[in-house]
Write a protein of this length. Sequence first.
Length: 119
Amino acid sequence: MIAPIKNDEQYEQSLKRIYFLMQLNINPDSSESDELEILSILVKDYENIHFPIPKPKPLEAIKFRLDQMGISEKEFSEILGYRSRKSEILSGKRKLSLAMIRKLNEKLQIPAEILIQSY
């Protein structure tokens, strides 16, 4: 019987069961498939509460996304609209303006909630 995960022991048991189910060749509409889906939801909920992943800082998110997308410093300056501001922004000497946040959100697809955090 599937029940909410309330402690680390139940969490570990659920992970083991998920692993076991994932090794099977189960049909999408089977009871095993439903069990796997429900257990995955319960594990995710438990992890979100007990092992939360902190949001990245704005500058970390920008640098990561630039690297991930292969955007050069020149291209980043063009996104911001200010060539001289690029280094000030990336070093933390200058804060992001609302216009910059909007551009970074649009061009780099970084969530605004990340970009508006204090740093």
